[in-house]
Design a protein. Structure first.
Length: 255
């Protein structure tokens, strides 16, 4: 076949392709699309998505979610990021890593996680050093001590039925309110924020805080209010997967 031959794609087929790429930009009156120097339909599809509309080719779904629901988390756009990462790299620097989502999903032996927030880097470093089962046991002791909900064990509905607030939009705020604010006060009173117990409490604060996020005041105090959720199965799985993944690589945490 001549390399200059024109490939004609029927309108209905092309519209499905355009729709899947979310770039429907053609007139209904067009019956055919012409693209020169394209030999096969697969090449046409690659050209259309990867060149014409500057969209990366579809990649495998990312495997790991960060245990931190940190602002700017890039998990949802990893399919657009990962195709641009060179293959067979030995060392990667995950600059402004935040929750470390990109670094833990890149196939690489050595990853340097860099961020300007010492509490975030400290927490990531601490979690990476933990035995998952031992850490979970410690977290469960904190949950019991502060009388917090634990839906991974007893279900969300169990705790919701123990509250007067039946509005499901408020989640478990009422049940966890008192214990959360006591936990927050105890954490903020710790002088050594790099200590093991401080990182354990910080992780738990994040899980029970508003939007499962991390935020500090200018004086370094954790200042988010109580949130709707708790240590549920999803959070436990993210924590377990992170520890497993980061212990498979040579990880360095830099602030």
């Amino acid at each position: 076949m001549n390399t200059a031959q024109t490939l004609l794609i029927p309108f209905e087929e092309s519209r499905e392709l355009f729709a899947s790429a979310k770039v429907v930009e053609q007139r209904e009156s067009d019956c055919f699309l012409e693209y020169e120097k394209i030999l096969h339909f697969e090449e046409f599809k690659n050209f259309l998505i990867n060149r014409k509309f500057n969209m990366p080719m579809k990649s495998e779904s990312p495997k790991y979610k960060s245990p931190l629901n940190y602002t700017g988390n890039k998990y949802r756009i990893l399919p657009q990021i990962l195709p641009h990462v060179p293959k067979n790299i030995d060392t990667m620097v995950d600059l402004f890593c935040g929750g470390a989502t990109v670094g833990i999903n890149v196939p690489c032996k050595n990853v340097k996680f860099v961020d300007g927030n010492p509490r975030v880097i400290g927490l990531l470093r601490y979690l990476a050093s933990c035995d998952f089962n031992q850490l979970l046991h410690v977290l469960e002791n904190f949950i019991e001590h502060y009388h917090l909900s634990y839906s991974a064990q007893n279900t969300y509905a169990y705790y919701k039925n123990l509250t007067q607030d039946k509005n499901y939009n408020n989640g478990l705020k009422e049940y966890n309110k008192e214990g959360f604010y006591q936990l927050r006060a105890d954490y903020n009173s710790i002088l050594d924020k790099d200590s093991e117990i401080a990182n354990q409490m910080l992780y738990l604060l994040m899980v029970y805080a508003f939007n499962n996020d991390i935020r500090f005041s200018r004086c370094g105090h954790f200042n988010l209010p109580v949130g709707k959720t708790d240590l549920n199965k999803q959070n436990i799985n993210k924590l377990k997967d992170y520890i497993s993944r980061v212990q498979q690589i040579n990880a360095e945490f830099i602030c």
